[in-house]
Design a protein around this ligand. Structure first.
Ligand code: PMP
Length: 356
């Protein structure tokens, strides 16, 4: 047994999620959740589905989540056959690694990126190559040309840097890799980027991943989706159906539909986060931080004199938690989720007292 166990431990290095503290009264700026509640229409839809006696929970949900696929298709101007839904975008990504990325050649992703990608590679036994980011932490499309690969994946904006890649650069990567699937993980795109969904009808090797966890304030409901050519979507459906035909429960389906349909509320929350991000950026710069340009609901910043790990610790003592990665090149950075105005003011005030 112990030999078996050590093999498992060697082969599977699991993802370590950001801390979800049990303590109340913390200002939680560490896992990029939205500071605002979901649209009130989400609550109404879930209450409607539950009714007085929750009797509908006796019944299995729609295995195809057709209502949700239609709502997503309508929002993004594509067809329902171009949509795949899953239990959070992490589950969608897990299926992507299995169904769409070729396992006989290395998968390419940036050296500083979402730390789940190498975990999936480990799980499925796929080789990968990390492509170094440029000096300014941007992705250079030329680095993804002429490099045989089993697929390419990157977040846009990238995580944890927040840097955005323009659509024409994404097109260069697509054109340079016509035989590979290029996966653009747009978990944060609604906070200031242009979505590559506008390209899916022109590139059959493009798959775009979205989540309702960030811009729709539904991290707790677990809903994500992919948009791409119907053949890519069909491949994902086949893998999903080999595991489990019910990707989403009844409450998640109706709640997600309501969130997708409330465009006005969505816009209002995104604009509020963007405005607070700009104020927070200015506040941190005034305190001596270098802040990378962010198109996400977080910022990535380093203080020019003070150690990031110590700053994170000092903030925690003041009941504010931010994310610090002990990784090469970024260990002097803090990743700070954009909270409410009041939370960000409390953060700036705490840093002012720590730094003085
Ligand atoms: N992609 C990126 C880049 C992320 O940062 C996250 C959130 N940790 C996800 C995907 C997964 O989000 P979820 O599973 O909540 O949809």
């Amino acid at each position: 047994m112990s030999r078996f166990w050590s093999q498992v431990v060697r082969d599977l290095t699991p993802y370590v999620p950001g801390e979800q503290p049990k303590l109340a009264n913390l200002i939680k700026l560490n896992t990029n959740e939205n500071p605002f509640p979901p649209s009130p229409k989400v609550l109404a839809a879930i209450q409607g589905e539950l009714g007085d006696d929750a009797a509908r929970l006796r019944l299995y949900p729609d295995p195809n989540a057709d209502l949700l696929k239609s709502a997503i298709a309508k929002t993004h101007g594509v067809t329902a056959q171009q949509i795949f839904v899953g239990n959070g975008s992490d589950e969608v990504l897990a299926h992507v690694f299995m169904a769409l990325l070729k396992h006989d050649q290395p998968i390419l992703f940036p050296d500083i990126t979402y730390s789940f990608y190498p975990v999936y590679c480990g799980l499925y036994g796929v080789a990968h190559e990390s492509v170094p980011l440029a000096e300014d932490f941007s992705i250079n499309p030329a680095d993804y040309r002429g490099r045989p690969n089993g697929g390419i994946i990157f977040p846009n904006p990238n995580a944890p840097t927040g840097r955005l890649l323009a659509l024409d650069a994404i097109e260069q990567i697509l054109q340079g890799n016509p035989d590979s699937v290029v996966v653009v993980d747009e978990a944060y795109v609604d906070f200031g980027g242009d979505s590559a969904i506008s390209l899916v009808d022109r590139y059959d090797n493009l798959l775009v991943i979205h989540t309702l966890s960030k811009s729709r304030s539904l991290a707790g409901l677990r809903v994500g989706f992919a948009v791409g050519h119907p053949a890519l979507i069909e491949a994902l459906e086949r893998v999903k159906n080999s595991f489990n035909s019910y990707p989403l429960d009844r409450l998640a389906i109706v709640g997600a539909v309501a969130a997708m349909e409330d465009a006005a509320y969505f816009e209002q929350c995104c604009q509020a986060v963007i405005a607070t991000r700009d104020t927070l950026t200015g506040g941190l710069q005034a305190l001596g931080f270098e802040v990378l340009p962010s198109a996400a609901n977080f910022i990535f910043a380093r203080h020019l004199q003070r150690d990031a790990a110590q700053l994170a610790l000092a903030l925690r003592e003041k009941s504010i938690i931010v994310r610090h990665f002990k990784l090469p090149r970024i260990e002097q950075f803090l990743r700070i989720t954009v909270g409410t105005d009041a939370e960000c003011q409390a953060l700036t005030a705490a840093l002012t007292s720590i730094l003085n």
